[in-house]
Write a new protein. Structure first.
Length: 263
């Protein structure tokens, strides 16, 4: 299995933890009508030119409209989808493009200075509400309406491990580790605005890296949303091994750039 196949396998495993995958000759449909505003749970994935683009677009629009969901496409390998993207525009879709860095941990721990103000806990029923409160404050996650349901789904899935960081006893940072086979992927890393700039993410990443070592994971991945975040992970031993050109096509609603404040 090559690098891109490993990335896609882990990505699909994560998506199917909260969404149903319907295979198609041109890619796949992901759907979860219980969370209609959760983009990752409701989209058509295309990474190669469809034989009949107009028919694919019609199928996707009908599929999601039937559930009252905004039709959208996640596009991979967009260099090969130029013609399909033009057809999408002609059909009324807005399109945004991204350069998606893919980072892999080098298995070397970067020592983080001890900070007596910081305490990190794995999320259990005891501190569930504290961790949830942190994630619901992160605008980049889509807000409370999206994150509250997603967090519950993940918490009840044994493949996820959630963590909350407290500063002087105040819950202010969170992250999770998704495990599939011998691979792991760090997700939902964030700090509430009032506590940013204190280096809390470095401590949280080190904690999760130690967990990954204890679990004997062969690979630990992360997908930063922009160059600034990419640099944060580099500081913690993550190396950029690929940069995928991707796209998002949607008929209405907010763009991903608006939600995540991507640059």
């Amino acid at each position: 299995m090559n690098l891109l196949e490993q990335i896609e396998e882990l990505d699909f495993a994560l998506l199917q933890s909260f969404s149903t995958k319907h295979n198609r000759p041109w890619g796949a449909l992901f759907s979860n009508p219980k969370q209609p505003d959760y983009y990752d749970a409701n989209h058509a994935y295309v990474n190669r030119p469809p034989d009949e683009p107009a028919n694919v677009i019609s199928e996707v629009v009908s599929f999601y409209r039937a559930s009252g969901i905004t039709p959208r496409f996640y596009l991979g390998n967009i260099e090969s989808l130029t013609s399909f993207m033009e057809t999408l525009k002609e059909s009324g879709f807005q399109i945004e493009q991204f350069s998606q860095p893919i980072q892999l941990w080098n298995q070397q721990l970067t020592p983080v200075p001890f900070n007596e103000h910081i305490a990190i806990e794995r999320v259990t029923e005891r501190n569930y509400e504290e961790a949830l409160a942190v994630e619901c404050q992160i605008e980049e996650f889509g807000g409370k309406a999206v994150r509250e349901k997603a967090f519950e789904t993940e918490f009840n899935d044994p493949r996820y491990r959630h963590y909350v960081l407290k500063y002087d006893g105040v819950p202010c940072s969170s992250a999770c580790l998704f495990v599939h086979g011998n691979q792991g992927r760090i997700e939902s890393v964030a700090t509430i605005r009032a506590y940013r700039g204190k280096g809390l993410i470095d401590a949280l990443l080190e904690y999760i890296q130690k967990e990954a070592q204890a679990m004997q994971l062969e690979k630990l991945w992360v997908h930063p949303i922009n160059k600034r975040v990419e640099k944060v992970y580099v500081r913690s031993g993550f190396e950029t091994v690929a940069s995928l050109q991707t796209g998002h096509a949607f008929l209405d609603g907010k763009s991903i750039k608006e939600i995540q404040a991507r640059s």
